[in-house]
Design a protein around this ligand. Structure first.
Ligand SMILES: C[S@@+](CC[C@H](N)C(=O)[O-])C[C@H]1O[C@@H](n2cnc3c(N)ncnc32)[C@H](O)[C@@H]1O
Length: 263
């Protein structure tokens, strides 16, 4: 199968053409269902029941193409009072082994609500296929700040200072609250997709569960963020996107990345 390419088409139909057990990771950022109310792709289902049935169908195909030790990440958001993602998480976790629930802390709040706190996070449901998943905990570490390093180095309980220094230099393990600022309108990364994710966020998902040469599939590629993150890190990838407008954006971003890496 030819990899590192974008397929223009419907996620469910195209996933069916992909051989079984070829992907180490699926990164799915699907339509949320009536959260982005001005986007036709987010409001294409009459009822939440229709959306849930569709979600189950594409996830079934995603799980088929996933390797036994692979991980599937599914982004989801709640709307002002729209909460279908809660039901989706429950339904999907009953059908496939639950692995984790990651909170993407966007660092800044969005949307103004007068009657509740300002929302600042999105959720990423993590499902696995088999009993055990490949997870490279060492791949994502968060640097300690200078004050913490200084304090730890003065702590008399640590006898082996060289080992302590080496540990502090590596940073601490990431928690399942991933704080990555969402893209501002002025960000150079921003490219015109209303739900574009930061490359840095997708990179963390890729690096924690794949190694060089492993395959990552994104059935809802949008502006191509997963493709860029995978390409930059030497992973094979496949992306599916239905809307030709976003397909063009993704292709342009990839072209820019490839020509930058040649210079
Ligand atoms: C939440 S966005 C993904 C954004 C992406 N992660 C990024 O960083 O740009 C969901 C995308 O799914 C696409 N989409 C909607 N229905 C689809 C379908 N049935 N098959 C493939 N793509 C679809 C939409 O056009 C939209 O670009």
């Amino acid at each position: 199968m030819k990899t590192n390419r974008i397929i223009h088409g419907d996620a469910l139909a195209e996933l069916k053409k992909i051989p079984a057990a070829c992907a180490q990771s699926i990164i799915a950022d699907p339509p949320y269902f009536n959260v982005l109310e001005n986007e036709a792709w987010d409001t294409q289902w009459k009822t939440s029941a229709d959306y849930l049935a569709w979600s189950e169908a594409w996830l079934r195909e995603s799980m088929r193409v996933l390797r036994d030790d692979g991980l599937c990440f599914i982004f989801g958001q709640l709307g002002k009072r729209e909460h279908t993602f809660l039901h989706l998480m429950s339904r999907l976790s009953l059908q496939h082994p639950f692995h984790d629930l990651i909170i993407w802390d966007r660092a800044v709040g969005y949307d103004e609500r007068r009657d509740s706190f300002t929302p600042q996070y999105e959720m990423i449901l993590v499902l696995r296929k088999g009993e055990k998943a490949k997870f490279i905990k060492d791949a994502i570490r968060i640097p300690y700040n200078e004050a913490t390093i200084t304090r730890y180095l003065k702590d008399p309980r640590y006898k082996d200072m060289e080992a302590r220094k080496a540990h502090l230099k590596k940073g601490k393990y990431a928690t399942n609250i991933l704080r990555v600022p969402s893209l501002k309108g002025t960000s150079s990364e921003k490219c015109g997709h209303p739900s574009q994710k930061p490359i840095q966020l997708i990179e963390k998902l890729i690096l924690c569960c794949t190694e060089t040469g492993d395959m990552v599939i994104d059935p809802f590629l949008g502006s191509g963020t997963t493709a860029l993150a995978a390409q930059q890190n030497g992973r094979q990838w496949l992306g599916i996107e239905k809307d030709s407008k976003y397909l063009q954006i993704a292709r342009a971003r990839l072209k820019a990345l490839v020509s930058k890496s040649k210079n």
